[in-house]
Design a binder for this molecule. Structure first.
Ligand code: IPE
Ligand code: IPE
Ligand code: MG
Length: 231
């Protein structure tokens, strides 16, 4: 039996808008309240040395179809959250990566974000991938475009995508109750363990994370093979 070992955790942080709606508040308040669980999850990962990569789905390319003010709000929130926490992240050895199509982001915002990324690039304790303006299909398309005209192999795509994100996630958690992937890590989750939680992201706690990890620890990861057979 291949024992489950959690090195790369990925999360679809869903349910912010519904969290706010349920309280008669603006959707933005839900996004705002979503920052604290992110901090708790990062802290947890830093306290558990086997976890070396955390990938968070913060905004999708499809989310750009939302009202402009929501898109701008999220962008500003990301910037604010990074600004407030970057020195601590850096100190703790976090390497920040922002993965997504930043082409439409205002030049000054983009520069600030990339400066933060640059600041942490030598860190090695935990790679924090923030998927922002991201889509799984976009990522695969980029991989294809980076490869020259020769026939593309599975390893070509894997190398490109894993160079951005690290090895494939071991565990993917989605909050908010939806049982779908919503164009998150399509390539990388071929053998990832999936955990869906019917709780809005702003209410996500370390106990929820522990529950997900306990569930993960009981998984048998077979990768399509059978165990203990005799030829
Ligand atoms: C997830 O929460 C965060 C983002 C997509 C930015 P949502 O904003 O999708 O919240 P719901 O799903 O509408 O409740
Ligand atoms: C997925 O959630 C994207 C993020 C959490 C950033 P969505 O809210 O966009 O997904 P759908 O629309 O419910 O599929
Ligand atoms: Mg949603």
């Amino acid at each position: 039996m291949t024992l489950a070992q959690l090195k790369h955790l990925a999360i679809i942080m869903d349910g912010n808008g519904r969290w706010a709606n349920a309280r008669g508040q603006a959707r933005q308040d839900g996004h705002e309240m979503g920052v604290d669980p992110v901090k708790q999850v990062i802290k947890y990962c830093l306290e558990h040395s086997q976890i070396n990569t955390l990938t968070l789905f913060a905004y999708s390319l499809e989310n750009l179809e939302r009202p402009k003010y929501e898109t701008i709000y999220i962008e500003q929130l990301l910037l604010r959250a990074l600004c407030a926490n970057i020195s601590q992240l850096c100190e703790k050895g976090v390497r920040l990566k922002i993965i997504g199509d930043l082409a439409g982001v205002a030049t000054n915002v983009k520069k600030q974000i990339l400066d933060y990324v640059d600041l942490t690039k030598a860190n090695t304790r935990l790679q924090l991938n923030i998927c922002f303006r991201y889509s799984g299909r976009w990522h695969i398309m980029n991989a294809m475009n980076s490869i020259t005209k020769r026939p593309v192999t599975e390893d070509d795509i894997k190398n490109y995508i894993n160079n951005d994100l690290g090895d494939d996630p071991d565990l993917l958690i989605r909050t908010g109750g939806e049982l779908r992937i919503s164009n998150f890590l399509l390539w990388n989750i071929a053998y990832t363990e999936l955990y869906f939680l019917d709780r809005y992201w702003p209410d996500f706690s370390v106990d929820d994370l522990k529950g997900a990890i306990e569930h993960f620890n009981q998984r048998q990861r077979r990768y399509g093979k059978v165990e203990n057979y005799v030829e």
